[in-house]
Write a protein that binds this ligand. Structure first.
Ligand code: FPP
Length: 258
């Protein structure tokens, strides 16, 4: 693991507002590798090595929850060798970092369907989730075999199994059955690699997230890029469908705008 030396990290900018929950679509590993004449698996490896220092920087800023899209339900359609390389990187990430993350008070959680994951990854994830479950310094959600729509479908199936009557099917009832139950929604969703879409990631939870798209390829994402994303976030005015404070006289609470 290539960990960025602390001495080369730029000074931490002071921000007046910091997102509590940041979600990241780590895109661009393939192009990063291609640009160096390497194979896609090398790109994913470099991408995996990017995670720890980036996480460190978000932690220094006070971000409490970090959610990473490691492998989507659609990624099964990639060539077998690439799928295997990504899943093994998930395993290696846990093997390499579990002790250190646990000592740092990080709670690891998994988002997605564990059942379809190979035993070598499923077992690691279960162990890591169990071992770190009472940690409270930071939450790291690893989304492996995750799809936003599948998350909602599973929540609805659970509602039905729980015998919830239609009148009690509320947003809260659904949210409490999603993979992110108990966590705040992402405030900031970052996608690297120059594409501007969310690709079935956290489709329910990211409704009011601020979106930040950058051309930087994921393996090139560093403390500077973390800072740039957070500075941009701190400049955004979040309105949640309301008008800027000070502009309203009185409001009908049930109404909302875009
Ligand atoms: C998208 O880049 C990236 C992925 C589908 C996999 C992301 C996986 C990792 C960073 C490593 C393992 C993850 C963890 C959490 C340990 P792409 O392949 O679509 O890139 P491209 O658009 O340049 O082809």
């Amino acid at each position: 693991m290539v960990v960025e030396p602390a001495l080369t990290a730029p000074p931490l900018p002071r921000l007046h507002v910091v997102p509590q929950h940041v979600a990241i679509i780590m895109d661009g590993n393939g192009r990063w590798a291609q640009g160096r004449g390497l194979g896609r698996a090398d790109g994913h490896r470099a991408g995996a090595e990017t995670i720890r220092p980036v996480m460190e920087r978000f932690g220094q800023h006070g971000v409490e929850v970090l959610t990473l899209f490691g492998f989507s339900t659609e990624n099964w359609g990639r060539p077998r060798t690439e799928v295997q390389s990504i899943l093994k990187l998930g395993r290696d990430f846990i093997d390499t970092h579990l002790d250190e993350l646990d000592e740092a008070g990080v709670q690891l959680r998994h988002l997605g369907d564990l059942d379809r994951l190979p035993g070598f990854l499923r077992g690691r994830v279960e162990k890591a989730v169990e071992r770190t479950s009472s940690n409270s310094k930071m939450v790291l959600n690893l989304a492996f075999n995750y799809g936003g729509r599948a998350d909602i479908v599973e929540a609805v199936q659970q509602l039905i199994r729980d015998g919830v009557p239609p009148a009690e099917v509320t947003e809260e009832a659904i949210a409490s059955r999603l993979a992110t139950a108990g966590l705040s929604d992402p405030d900031l969703l970052i996608r690297t690699g120059g594409e501007a879409r969310i690709s079935n990631f956290l489709v329910w939870q990211a409704t009011y997230a601020e979106y930040y798209f950058t051309d930087t390829l994921w393996p090139d994402f560093r403390a500077e890029q973390v800072d740039a994303a957070l500075v941009e976030f701190s400049r955004r005015q979040r309105r949640f469908g309301l008008v800027p404070s000070g502009d309203d006289e009185d409001s009908l609470s049930a109404e909302s705008g875009a």
